[in-house]
Design a protein around this ligand. Structure first.
Ligand code: GAP
Length: 507
């Protein structure tokens, strides 16, 4: 656990040092849970977005993309249920004036109990050595069993209270567990109350004439309200999909864990419109497709798992998350939801406009059912960073940090180095770079030793480094060095492009 926390801190520090992610407004001490992407981060983020878009839109004839506005008519959020039900339970400590998510306070308390169980295991392993049977220990040790029972008891109270919006029961649980504020150490809590996660602002020039509008908390509603416009103008036949990437905003109470939970983030969503009754078939299809997409990045399949929801949101008749093993544990990366006709029917009701589709094969009009795939771009970025970050001990006793980013997503594909700054080598290197940069993001560097330049590009995940030396001037060959294996080959200049292209295909 401590190791994983340490790893997470190293990844965050690396992301800053190498221009991937910066705290927003850093020179003003930062803005909580808001982040900026630096030059390498922006390239990586653009590449992830393009990789998703290609898989969803380019590879599916029946899926088209849109780019809807962040501001929308406020009634949309009434219809979608966000005004009334997009809430988290909040509690304040009266002494520190700090605000917490009440369920997270309880979950942190549970994590402490889990920590105690882990400590017992570590102690026992030390004591028993090779003879230690962890499973047996977990099933029989009285202190472990007592702590496990405590955990079960807490879960048995927290989850029903959350499901039933029973704020008093959550408050009672915090009191019974004697949870204290981590800042003030006191148990002087306010009541637990619901807190709406939408940000609002005003549109209009005069105070009287201004309308309260919301910053969208999901991109999906922009797709729902445009579905007939798109269907008609693109002449789509059911089943068809509409995809969109864009910013979403949530006033998260718990703002930590780097870019895992942000207040301003980006989503990549696709709504698939299907015949009523066929939604479960498509839901299964999209679960499989989305898992295949994740594995296609080259990240091992065991880093992902499905988590099927037992308790469904009021609009869904099936839902699952694809979870990824982040350094903070297995956590939600993407959601696949069968949303029935909930959203479109609600928009019909609130707008008074018919949102029916005429199915010419069935000669019937109906409100389509929707299966949605929804992934956070920033969360995918964190998954890639967490997977890629590798601290390697090398044979010569030195070490290197290498970002094993899938080549197709890497910020730069090729770095070109002249061995020295003289003898016409920089000019030759520039010539090579000019031949490649039309197709690939390339980086030119002539400062420091070749070894140091390799390390800098390992640290940002550049798959290939090309070195131009004196032999290059004689026979038009260069050294090409592959990032992960560090293997170097001598190849002719005209082969570089196809070597890179092959690598990008294979990932
Ligand atoms: N339209 C469905 C929807 O928005 P969601 O589960 O609330 O569903 C979908 O969000 C995805 O958006 C999540 O799986 C996650 O990847 C990402 N996401 C949600 N809240 C986020 C936040 N505060 N910061 C970063 N990513 C977030």
């Amino acid at each position: 656990m401590a190791n994983q926390e340490d790893l997470f801190k190293k990844i965050i520090a690396h992301a800053k040092e190498y221009g991937f992610v910066f705290q927003s407004s850093e020179i003003y001490d930062g803005l909580s849970a808001v982040y900026d992407y630096g030059p390498n981060g922006t390239e990586l983020k653009n590449n992830i977005r393009a990789y998703w878009w290609k898989a969803m839109v380019q590879m599916h004839e029946n899926i088209v993309g849109i780019d809807s506005a962040i501001f929308m008519h406020p009634t949309i959020w009434k219809a979608s249920g966000h005004v009334d039900a997009f809430n988290d339970p909040l509690i304040d400590n009266k002494d520190s004036k700090k605000r917490y998510r009440a369920d997270v306070l309880v979950e942190d308390h549970m994590a402490k109990i889990e920590g105690k169980i882990n400590k017992e295991v570590v102690k026992a392993r030390k004591h028993f050595g090779d003879a230690f049977d962890e499973q047996q220990f977990l099933e029989t040790n009285p202190r472990v069993l007592a702590n496990k029972a405590k955990l079960e008891d807490i879960k048995g109270r927290l989850y029903p209270a959350m499901d039933n919006d029973d704020m008093a029961a959550i408050k009672q649980l915090i009191e019974d567990l004697e949870i204290a504020c981590p800042i003030s150490g006191s148990r002087n809590w306010t009541e637990v109350r619901q807190f709406n996660l939408m940000f609002s602002t005003n549109m209009g020039s005069t105070a009287e004439g201004a309308t309260e509008i919301f910053l969208r908390p999901e991109t999906a509603q922009g797709i729902f309200v445009n579905y007939l416009n798109v269907q008609k103008t693109s002449r789509m036949k059911i089943p068809f999909g509409i995809a969109q990437t864009g910013k979403a905003f949530r006033n998260e109470i718990v703002a930590r864990q780097f870019i895992f939970r942000m207040r301003e983030f980006e989503q990549m969503e696709m709504q698939y419109f299907v015949r009523p009754g066929e939604e479960i078939k498509w839901y299964e299809y999209w679960k499989e497709q989305r898992m295949k997409w994740h594995v296609s990045t080259g990240i091992p399949a065991e880093k992902f798992r499905f988590h099927d929801h037992d308790k469904l949101a009021h609009y869904a008749n099936a839902a699952a998350d694809i979870e990824f093993e982040f350094p903070i544990g297995f956590k939600e990366l993407e959601g696949i939801h069968s949303r029935t006709d909930f959203d479109l029917s609600a928009h019909e009701k609130f707008s008074g406009k018919k949102l029916r589709y005429h199915d010419s094969e069935l000669n019937e009009s109906y409100v389509p059912y929707v299966v949605e795939t929804s992934i956070g771009l920033d969360r995918m970025f964190l998954a890639i960073l967490s997977h890629a970050y590798t601290n390697e001990q090398l044979e010569d006793g030195s070490s290197r940090v290498v970002m094993k980013i899938p080549s197709v997503l890497a910020p730069y594909k090729v770095a070109v180095f002249p061995l020295t700054k003289k003898d016409g080598l920089p000019e030759k290197a520039r010539e090579i770079m000019d031949g490649l940069k039309e197709d690939y993001m390339c980086f030119y560097e002539e400062k420091d030793t070749i070894g140091k330049r390799y390390r800098r590009h390992d640290a940002i995940g550049t798959p290939y480094c090309v070195t131009v030396d004196h032999q290059t001037l004689e026979d038009n060959t260069v050294t090409i060095r592959e990032r992960d294996s560090m293997k170097q080959d001598r190849v002719s200049i005209d082969k570089i492009g196809s070597i890179v292209a092959e690598k990008l295909k294979a990932n």
